[in-house]
Ligand binder design. Sequence first.
Ligand code: NAP
Length: 254
Amino acid sequence: MFKPLEGKTAIVTGATKGIGRGIAMRLGEAGLNVLVVSRTQADAQAVAGDIGLNASAFVADVTNADDCAGMAEAAVNRYGGIDILCANAGIFPSARLGEMTAADFDHVLRTNLTSTFLSVSAVLPAMKSRKSGRIVITSSITGPITGFAGWSHYGASKAGQLGFMRSAAMELAPWNITVNAVMPGNIRTEGLDGLGADYFAAMEASIPLKRLGDVSDIANAVLFFASAEAGYITGQTLIVDGGQVLPETLTAMG
Ligand code: NAP
């Protein structure tokens, strides 16, 4: 039986949809105070309302350092401190090399990778003052392990998050702050909605467990990294992908 996390405080970025909403709901169910962060006030308020009295909304663009500082300040003012940061906000627009502009590349790197640095930097004063903290980054299998045509910028950002994580874990260990990452495979979220039925059929066929993941599959892994029992794990990754990275070839699927 895991020790209860009731009364602890988590910030979840990108918490209004998909994986972030799943994480926020799961942490809320576990009794944590949850700061629900996105750029859209109405969406953030709706998710906070779905969680209950232990949640509240905060509007921040995680590409902006001042917004990230405001997010950390709000968590401290409302709940007295920050125990867990889920750096989850991210985007995945598709663009092929040759068509992708430097601005496209920078935008994805800024939203997915620089934002991770900015969010982590913002929560450090609160976490260091208590000599305790859990940071859980939402990376991906795409980039660190696999490739996908159209997502070279995205893959670079997701691999970059892991490079950031490993050095951050070493720097922050003296304050008992752990930094880990979940690496989702294909998870059914609003962000994938535009990709069409063929995409989903091809994905399901390539996953040994023969289904796309649910946001709760990722949220449970995040909850584990946030638990007291995971306190000796830092700088590590957990792939949650239904076995998607395992097959060497289609025939290997059996
Ligand atoms: P999603 O459904 O599109 O939701 C993205 C969330 O991020 C929304 O709440 C969005 O809200 C927020 N957001 C986007 N840009 C932001 C910004 N600049 N500042 C603050 N919030 C921002 O995405 P998802 O599929 O759940 O993906 C979430 C994370 O999981 C991403 O890091 C993604 O790379 C990763 N991931 C997803 C999958 C998958 O299969 N879905 C697989 C591997 C990894 P607003 O637009 O209102 O700000």
